[in-house]
Design a protein around this ligand. Structure first.
Ligand SMILES: [Zn+2]
Length: 307
């Protein structure tokens, strides 16, 4: 079955600083690479939508969302923390970012597709219940997971996060909630430093990776820790925080993953999903070297639809 690709032009309304690593060219680089590899025309293309407030409020407090609206600047930009730039269109982009993910989720739940990738920004996995940080305002994967549980009645939802940074926001929102299993791999010690330890949660599988970790160790750790947990959990839905900043060329982290590792991840996830016809929703997180990002997404998507 073809893979569905969700995106929207609304991400352009989120302007970051000129030198900021999280910028609109990231989405364009992915599109360009998928076109150059001939993958683009094989995808089903769907335009996203803006998120509904009830979906946002399952993951974030009302006060926090109101505060975001209050601090959003009318001109230029402000910094919500030392990394997270906010411009006049940032909340619009964040709402479309989350809404494109819930749109993809709804189509997967209806069985219209079995694999979807959302090329979106701003990313989401660092956004906590009441805190914006690490380039993120709204937690796209947590918003999608909670809608999947409450509206579509999925009972076992696996969240996989292979971004180089731990998805602290996802754990803050979904930690210790038995409807979800969170599998996370990340450079450690590293940003966000508020390391969420596995021992404090009954639904978290952590794979901390030393600086310099390459393909062989990464794959062995995922096979040892994620795969048995996923097999026994038997998820009804898989949601992936697909961050590509663990690539060796990425300037934002110190892991040494290759394009081929993202293809391996795609095949691994596809294999687990194929056993029970489990739908897979993959949502873009990090990835800041434009060439490596484009190639890594292409490799991942090729792996995802290889079975
Ligand atoms: Zn990251």
């Amino acid at each position: 079955m073809p893979l569905a690709y969700y995106t929207s032009e609304e991400h352009f309304s989120h302007f970051t600083d000129e030198d900021h690593p999280e910028h609109a060219m990231r989405i364009m680089a992915i599109e360009q690479e998928l076109k150059s590899q001939g993958i683009w025309e094989q995808l089903i293309h769907v335009n996203g939508r803006s998120a509904d407030m009830p979906d946002i409020l399952r993951a974030h407090s009302k006060g926090y969302v109101e505060q975001l609206h209050l601090i959003q600047p009318k001109h230029g930009h402000i910094y919500v923390d030392e990394d997270t730039a906010m411009s006049p269109g940032s909340l619009n982009a964040a709402l479309w970012s989350a809404g494109s993910c819930t749109a993809a989720l709804d189509d997967l739940a209806k069985g219209e597709q079995s694999r979807a990738f959302v090329a979106t920004r701003p990313p989401g996995h660092h956004a906590e219940h009441r805190k914006a940080m690490g380039f993120c305002f709204l937690n796209n994967v947590a918003i999608s997971a909670l809608r999947a549980a409450d509206i579509h009645h999925f009972q076992r939802i696996a969240l996989l996060d292979f971004d180089a940074h731990q998805g602290n926001g996802t754990i803050d929102i979904l930690g210790n909630d038995q409807r979800f299993l969170i599998c996370s791999s990340f450079q450690h010690p590293f940003y966000p430093y508020t390391h969420y330890e596995q021992s404090k949660f009954n639904n978290l599988i952590n794979v901390p990776l030393e600086s310099g970790t390459g393909s062989a160790t990464f794959r062995a750790m995922i096979e040892e820790h994620w795969q048995p947990a996923l097999k026994s959990y038997a998820p009804e839905l898989i949601i992936v925080s697909a961050g590509f900043d663990g690539h060796k060329d990425d300037p934002m982290a110190e892991l040494n993953l290759l394009d081929s590792d993202y293809n391996w991840l795609g095949r691994m996830i596809d294999g687990i999903a194929a056993a029970r016809n489990t739908p897979v929703l993959s949502i873009l997180e990090g990835g800041y070297d434009l060439n490596a990002l484009g190639r890594s997404v292409a490799a991942y998507l090729t792996g995802l639809k290889s079975n």
